[in-house]
Structure formats: C-alpha cells, structure tokens
Design a protein around this ligand. Structure first.
Ligand SMILES: *[C@@H]1O[C@H](CO)[C@@H](O)[C@H](O)[C@H]1NC(C)=O
Ligand SMILES: *[C@@H]1O[C@H](CO)[C@@H](O)[C@H](O)[C@H]1NC(C)=O
Ligand SMILES: *[C@@H]1O[C@H](CO)[C@@H](O)[C@H](O)[C@H]1NC(C)=O
Ligand SMILES: *[C@@H]1O[C@H](CO)[C@@H](O)[C@H](O)[C@H]1NC(C)=O
Ligand SMILES: *[C@@H]1O[C@H](CO)[C@@H](O)[C@H](O)[C@H]1NC(C)=O
Ligand SMILES: *[C@@H]1O[C@H](CO)[C@@H](O)[C@H](O)[C@H]1NC(C)=O
Length: 699
C-alpha cells in the first residue's frame, strides 16, 4: 500500500498539462508521501474539506456537553485575581457563536474552536483534532532565547545553540534554509547563532512575544505564556530534550515566513535583514495518505479509541495501546494499564512532547547517580554538597519502578554527601498524582502536613449527569469497581474511606460563580496512602535546604508538588528566564485530576446513560477534549480552589549567553545565589527572606 504514494505523486506533479490527466485539484495528493513541504502546500490540503453540518453539530454538542464535567468553566468566564486580566473566556458562549457562524472549511471551523479553548489558558481544557493539530509541524531553524546582560538589559537572541540543534534535527532540509538566506549570508546559517534580534516582522520582538502569549494558551500566568515563545530544555524519559519554543515551532502551517533584523556576533556591529520561510514537516502522529480521500479516512474519522466504551458489555473488545489523548499529553508514554490504575493530572498540548535532542555540549556532563530512572536523573554538583533531581515529568512507564527510584535516588544523594537539594521541574507537565504526593512525603518526612494527605483535597463538579452516574453506581451499576465515580476508591474530608453505596457527590455544594449557578461534590480527602512502598519516617532534606527550579512551565501534578512544598513548608521557588518587569509564577494549571472526553464517555456508557438528554454523543471526528475533572482546594485559602491563587516565585533568575539552556550552569548559579548569599547575609547578621512575593533579583 505504500508504493502508490511514490508512483502517484510524481505523476501528478510532472504531468499537470498532459491532456490525458485532469488538472490536479487534489492538494493532498500533491504532498502525499513527502516529509517536508511548504506551509502553503500543507494548508491547501488541510483547507480542502468544506464544513459538513453534521460534523459541526456533532462537534459542538460533544464539546458543550462534556464541559459540564469540567470544573472550571464558570470560573474561566472571569477568573479572580491574580488572573483577572489573564482568564476571561466563556466557552459556552463561544460554542453558541461557532454553532451559527459561516466557515469556508472544516479547518477554519476547527481553528475557531481550538483558539477559543486555548484562550482559557488552561492546559487541562483543550479541544484537539488529529486531522489538523500537529498534522504538519512548521519549523524555523532559529529558536530564540531571552538573554539578560550584565547591566540588566534584556534582549531577544537567536539561541547560541540554534545551528547545532537545527542541523542535527532537520538533516538535509537545512540546505533549503541555507539556500533561502539573503546573498551575503547564503550557506552561513551557522553565523546567525547567538545573534541579537532587533525586530521581528518590523516590530520590537516584545510585540511578537506578547502576541504569542495571548494565543498560546496552556498557562494562566502571562509571564509563563511569554516564556513559551523561547526555547528551553526538558529531561525526557530517554534523554535530555530541546524544546524549540513557539517562535521556531508552529502546530499549524499558517505562517509562511518571517523577517528578522539581526546583529550577528561576528558581524562587527553590522545589521542584517533575514527573511526565512517556515518549512512544514509531516507530524510524528500523522498517518500516511495518498490523496484527499485517504488523508480524511486515515486521520480525520473517529477511531475505536476516540470515544468511550461500556466496560460491562462483553461484546465490546478494546484493543491495547495508548488512549486517544496520550499523544497530546505532556508526559512520556505510560503503560495504558498503569494509566487506568493511577489517576493522572497532566496537561495536554497541540504539539506532542518533543523528541529533539538537547545538544550534547549543553547536557549535564556530570555522572548521574545509578538510581536515576527515565525522567528522573540525580546528580551531585562539583561542590559535593548540592544534590540535584532533574525531574521532567511525574509520569514514567512503570509507576512502581519510578516510585522506588525516587526513594533510592534521594538516599543516594544523601549517601554521596548532599546537604542541599535542587529539584529542576522545567517543562514538567504533571503526571501521576500519587508520585507528586510521594516525592513531597519523601523529601519532608512524616509530619501532620504529609500524612495522611501530602496533596490537596479535591471536589468533582456535580452537574445533573454526573449525579445520575453516581446514583446508578450507588444502585449497583459498577459491581467490579471499574469506574472513576465509584466512591469506594475515594476518601472523605477526614480522609476516611467511603463504603460501597456512598456518594462521592452528596452533599452537593451549591455555588454562584460569575453569576452562574454551579454545583460541586463533597470535599474529598487523601487518595494515595498508604503508599505501596513504605517511606522512611525522616525526611531527606530540610525545607530550607530545598529549592524548586523551573522556567515556570510546571503544571498539574508538578503544581501539586511545588505548591504544597512552597506554601506549606516554605521551600523556595526559582523561575529561570522571563522578562524582569513581569511576575514569574513557579507553577500553574493546578487542577486536581485531569481527564478527557473518552474517559467520561466510558463512565456514561458503563452506567447505561448514553441515552440521557445531557449525555454527549460520540465524536464523529478523531478529536480529543481535555478537562479538569477534580479541582484541588487551596492552601492559603482552603475554601477556594488553588487554581486561582497566587504562585509568584521567590526568585527570578535571569540567564545569559553562558547559562541559557545549560542545566548544570543554571543549577550551580541558582544554588549559589540562594544559599551562598544567604550564608553571607546570615554571617552579617541580616535576616534573609524572599517570601515576599516579589520577583526579587539579587545582584
Ligand atoms: C509512511 O510513509 C513513509 C514515507 O513514505 C514511510 O517511510 C513509512 O514507512 C510509512 N508508514 C506507514 C505506516 O506506512
Ligand atoms: C450548551 O449547553 C448548555 C447547557 O449546559 C445549553 O444551555 C446551551 O444551549 C448549549 N449550547 C450549544 C451551543 O449547544
Ligand atoms: C553505577 O553503574 C556503573 C555502570 O553500570 C558501574 O560501573 C558503577 O559501579 C555503579 N556505581 C555504583 C555506586 O553502584
Ligand atoms: C568533591 O569530591 C571529589 C571526590 O572525592 C574530590 O576530588 C573533589 O576535590 C571534591 N570537591 C570539592 C569542591 O570539595
Ligand atoms: C468521614 O467518614 C467517617 C467515617 O464514616 C466519619 O466519621 C466522618 O465524620 C466523615 N467525615 C466527613 C468530613 O464527612
Ligand atoms: C437507547 O435508546 C435506544 C432507542 O430508544 C435503545 O435501542 C437503546 O437500547 C438505548 N440504550 C441504552 C443504553 O439504554
């Protein structure tokens, strides 16, 4: 079935005017089988399908009815401070508008929905479609970074490692860009690495950074969304990865090129104007096609995984393999059985996790401890007193191996002489909830705040259909305890387990949120203890000897960990990078437990409620809807969700050309800034506190 691609594409391309051949109008056939195309070519294919009214009605109905299970929809109409200016999107109103608006294509319709969901700035709440999102991914070989000079001034630069990254990742395609450079720079792409960027498309770079911050979504805090523009690193399950950032990587082929005015490092102050096209690469999750019809058939229609299924229907067999949402979840692949067993809190993004390698010269040159496993790497810095846990996710393939490796790794650091601990959670999108609780409990030790609950209490939303599901389960609809709404697996606010027949929702708490009546289930308590493995009674490090470092892009289970560590124990938080006049949040998008449409659909189908008037139908398209299913209560204000409370970092650490995207250089510098300066201040008799919520920078 592969060879016709090779045969057909050249025929159509080379013979457009041959009388026997029709004029090629199939824009998808033109690009079939090609790894790289221009954004315009990819667009022409993606825009081919007109909007079918059945698909419109179906899509809107699924999204709208599934929102009834998303905890935050009424909060997001107008979030409380400090997110008032960041989150103000009424998704039900958007869907009402989109249900009647005219669209020239299905892609245009999808983009309207996609952007509406992105505007809630909540990485748990997304509407994605395999037919369009990251189907082709557009790249420029010029990832950008924000550097701070000695005098404190900040400038956008092409990343010093830009050429290394691009030439390793893009292979021969780099020649396309080499040729596209202006005459004086032809074949000198490498000379742009490190260059200062004076303008982007004729405007100050900040204009582009802020325009992107308004549309990129994913995080409530504006500063965190600004940081998405720039490149960064990530500890992946198989090694250190490079995140290109939103300037150099687009999830849709909508932009053809960019014009930069730059000053090269070796250009002796000369100014260059560089116009460079984006190139679109066939997505890693996209299925091959030969023409428009097979593009649609192989990528756009619901698969057996798109929708849920009745767990009690013996006739339904569900094949193994990742869930529909897995590709977009910001965590490494997890064994699907483990994913069902251990609740998750993880963000989704339209671009899957990167598999671009962090250039070797930026990677830690230290030997990781042997206890390191997957996304968790342990190091002892050369001062022999600072231990580092680089933790790229709260998920790894095997829950129990991951759990014990965290224990052994912390012990390994202590045995090696570590007195202090840096936890680097850069680009950590969450994962297993109970790994977050476990790591907190391990580091701090046994205390009132870690046993039995080392996380946050939560609530589910209690709409009429959720209540109907719970009532069915109370009447015996889930004899094998397979469903998430079954009370048996939860505890109440005093951390006592429920009994069979109890309700996880009753008594329902009624609320008025932004003028809308809302209802939440009863407060739920701890969900992880006793842990399968016994943690030591004594903590591994004192809270004042721990710092949590990231680029602010720490979400979901990462937020559960960082926020409890910071707010309960006073562990200090550091955000690396970012504009200095912007508040930098060390975590965001807290949630409590995230889930998706197909999981909710399984609850509905398994309790025989698919015929309920409020039940969403099955998706006709290969779509994914992410939601926050449980919302965690706050620490400073325990009566309101943590989601909308402040997470300003203690310290904002600014990077230079010498430290940017170099984990070890950052750990050493941050450790020095926090602990050495602190020691000096204490020696001078000054008290040292940074917990004032300001983005304090030490000279
Ligand atoms: C898809 O096409 C590419 C390039 O033509 C080929 O290398 C790959 O094996 C194909 N994949 C499948 C699943 O057929
Ligand atoms: C969405 O659902 C709400 C009920 O939650 C309903 O009032 C509204 O009409 C629906 N909107 C659309 C566009 O179907
Ligand atoms: C760690 O692993 C390496 C390579 O497998 C081995 O040579 C070394 O002895 C191990 N170190 C310890 C402390 O076990
Ligand atoms: C750290 O330990 C190593 C190995 O014992 C030693 O060679 C080195 O000098 C020590 N470094 C410092 C800063 O004490
Ligand atoms: C939790 O359940 C226990 C045992 O049934 C009960 O004694 C306790 O009052 C309950 N706590 C709350 C907050 O409902
Ligand atoms: C839903 O309704 C249809 C038609 O009324 C019926 O055939 C079907 O059995 C019902 N399904 C469930 C799960 O109740």
């Amino acid at each position: 079935m592969v060879w016709p691609i090779l045969l057909l594409a050249p025929l159509v391309l080379c013979s457009p005017s041959t009388a026997n051949w029709p004029v090629p109008t199939d824009a998808c056939a033109l690009i079939a089988g090609k790894k790289w195309v221009s954004p315009a070519e990819a667009r022409a294919c993606l825009y081919m399908a007109p909007l079918n009214e059945d698909i419109r009605t179906n899509t809107i109905e699924v999204l709208n009815k599934t929102l009834a299970f998303h905890t935050s929809v009424n909060y997001q109409i107008s979030a409380p401070e400090p997110f008032k200016s960041d989150v103000h999107e009424d998704l039900h109103a958007d869907l009402a508008r989109i249900s009647t608006q005219k669209y020239s294509s299905e892609f245009e319709f999808h983009l309207d929905i996609f952007h509406a969901f992105r505007r809630v700035n909540d990485g748990h709440c997304v509407a994605l479609n395999y037919c369009y999102d990251s189907f082709y991914v557009s790249y420029l070989p010029l990832p950008l970074v924000l550097l701070t000079a000695e005098d404190g001034s900040q400038d956008v630069h092409i990343a010093p490692e830009a050429f290394d990254v691009a030439s390793a990742e893009f292979g021969d395609e780099i020649e396309f860009w080499q040729e596209a450079l202006p005459a004086n720079l032809k074949h000198k792409l490498e000379s742009l690495s490190g260059a200062r960027v004076l303008t982007i498309n004729g405007q100050h770079p900040l204009v582009s950074v802020n325009a992107n911050a308004k549309t990129t979504g994913g995080f409530q805090s504006f500063g965190t969304r600004q940081n998405a523009f720039f490149s960064s690193y990530h500890r992946g399950s198989g090694g250190w990865e490079y995140v290109m950032g939103n300037f150099a990587q687009h999830v849709h082929p909508l932009v053809d090129g960019v014009e930069l005015v730059v000053q090269r490092l070796d250009g002796e102050g000369a100014i260059d104007i560089v116009s460079l096209p984006y190139r679109s690469r066939f997505g890693s999750g996209s299925n091959n096609f030969t023409d428009f019809a097979s593009y649609r058939a192989n990528n756009c229609l619901a698969t057996p995984k798109t929708n849920g299924h009745d767990l009690y229907d013996a006739k339904v067999t569900v094949e193994d393999g990742p869930s529909a949402a897995a590709y977009f979840q910001q965590q490494p692949p997890v064994d699907p059985r483990e994913a069902r067993q251990h609740p998750m809190n993880v963000i989704l993004d339209a671009s899957p996790m990167t598999n671009i390698e962090l250039p070797e010269k930026l990677q830690p040159a230290l030997n990781p401890l042997n206890e390191s496993y997957s996304v968790a790497e342990f190091f002892l810095l050369n001062d022999n007193t600072t231990g580092v846990l680089a933790l790229g996710s709260f998920s790894a393939a095997k829950f129990s191996t991951f759990q014990s490796s965290l224990h052994k790794g912390l012990k390994g650091l202590k045995d090696a002489g570590a007195k202090k601990l840096v936890v680097d959670v850069t680009n950590n999108g969450g994962g297993f909830i109970c790994i977050a609780h476990w790591l907190h409990r391990l580091i701090i030790g046994r205390s009132e705040s870690t046993e039995p609950q080392a996380g946050l209490d939560t609530s589910m939303r209690a709409g009429p259909l959720a209540q109907a599901i719970v009532q069915k389960i109370q009447k015996g609809a889930d004899p094998k305890t397979l469903l998430s709404y079954n009370a048996v697996q939860w505890t109440n606010a005093s951390n006592d387990p429920f009994s069979e027949g109890d309700s996880v929702l009753e008594p329902v708490l009624k609320k008025l949120i932004n003028g809308h009546e809302d209802a939440f289930g009863r407060r739920l308590g701890q969900e992880c203890q006793p842990f399968a493995e016994e943690p030591p009674a004594k903590g591994f490090f004192l809270p004042e000897d721990v710092i949590i470092v990231s680029n602010g892009r720490c979400a979901s289970s990462c937020s559960l960990f960082s926020i409890t560590m910071a707010k309960i124990h006073g562990v200090r938080t550091v955000v690396v990078g970012g504009y200095q006049d912007t508040f930098q949040h060390y975590a965001g998008v807290v949630g409590g437990q995230s889930t998706d449409f197909s999981t909710i659909d399984t609850e509905i189908k398994s309790t025989g409620l698919k015929n309920h008037t409020l039940a969403p139908p099955d998706f006709m398209t290969h779509s994914v809807q992410g939601i926050t299913w449980r919302l965690g209560y706050g620490i400073w204000d325990p009566t309101e969700p943590e989601e909308w409370q402040d997470h300003t970092a203690d310290l904002n650490f600014h990077v230079t050309a010498e430290t940017v995207n170099k984990p070890v250089a950052i750990w050493e510098a941050v450790a020095k800034e926090i602990w050495e300066v602190e020691q000096e201040e204490m020696d001078d008799g000054h008290s040292f506190r940074l917990q004032d919520g300001s983005d304090f920078v030490l000279a």
